[in-house]
Design a protein around this ligand. Structure first.
Ligand code: HEC
Ligand code: HEC
Length: 192
């Protein structure tokens, strides 16, 4: 190579590395990284929402679990409005055919707990949907809430009568994560 050729070669390399292609590639790699990071952050955010916003809060009152979880699953307070819980507690002498007695102290503890975490006082998405669907009504059952009924309208009534289920009220029979307040349809198995 003579001097002029070397010179041309250097100019060629110089132009090659400055071509928009190379610049573009570098930028898009950077962009992918950025996207990946954003996706990751979004996923993380969704996860933390899962724990406090999307699902109803887990039951964390031992008096409530002891008395109200004795015959059936201790339903999360966020599944009914405070007006419903109030009606249920006032009607314990005839609670769906059962007579339930509670000492005054336990009664007050349970009433306070239910009210504080009831659907109308909860920021959980599910509680919001429940409130929106019932308006000012105060149903005695979660299974009478229109939103809850709508979510199950495809299930044949006789399915609930299966031995492993018993009734629609037995959420834990199908919702494997009900105890955690998670009712997502991807954690449901209907027992045969
Ligand atoms: C002695 C047993 C017993 C105890 C204790 C008991 N329950 Fe119940 N509960 C029942 C029965 C029976 C049903 C009706 C279940 C069904 O229809 O399958 C019921 C139903 C319910 C429902 C309606 C479920 C639905 O269908 O949406 C709620 C809410 C409820 N109970 C709340 C409570 C609360 C709050 C307490 C505590 C103060 C409590 N229960 C204690 C027997 C009991
Ligand atoms: C016989 C089984 C069964 C029982 C009992 C049952 N569920 Fe479900 N539930 C399902 C199925 C199946 C779906 C999903 C329906 C679908 O795919 O759209 C569902 C959906 C839901 C959803 C909507 C979930 C979502 O991601 O959109 C909620 C909330 C829910 N159930 C709450 C309850 C509660 C509360 C109880 C008890 C009072 C209950 N379920 C009892 C089977 C059951």
């Amino acid at each position: 190579m003579n001097r002029i050729q070397i010179h041309q070669w250097i100019v060629f390399l110089f132009i090659f590395f400055l071509t928009p292609n190379v610049v573009f590639d570098a930028a898009s790699a950077d962009h992918d990284d950025h996207d990946e990071k954003r996706r990751y952050q979004k996923r993380e955010r969704r996860h933390s929402e899962d724990n406090c916003k999307r699902n109803v809060a887990t039951v964390n009152n031992s008096t409530y679990t002891e008395y109200c979880g004795a015959c059936h699953f201790a339903y999360q307070p966020g599944l009914l409005p405070s007006g419903s819980w109030d009606k249920i507690l006032k009607g314990l002498a005839d609670h769906f055919g059962e007579a339930i007695e509670l000492d005054l102290e336990s009664m007050n503890t349970i009433a306070e707990y239910l009210k504080a975490h009831a659907a109308d006082n909860s920021s959980a998405k599910l509680s919001g949907k429940i409130m929106k669907s019932i308006g000012s009504q105060t149903p005695l059952r979660i299974t009478q809430v229109p939103h809850i009924q709508r979510e199950h309208h495809e299930i044949e009534p006789q399915v609930f009568e299966r031995e492993a289920i018993g009734s629609f009220s037995n959420c834990v029979a199908c919702h494997t994560t009900a105890e955690k307040g998670v009712y997502d349809d991807d954690a449901v198995t209907i027992p045969k």
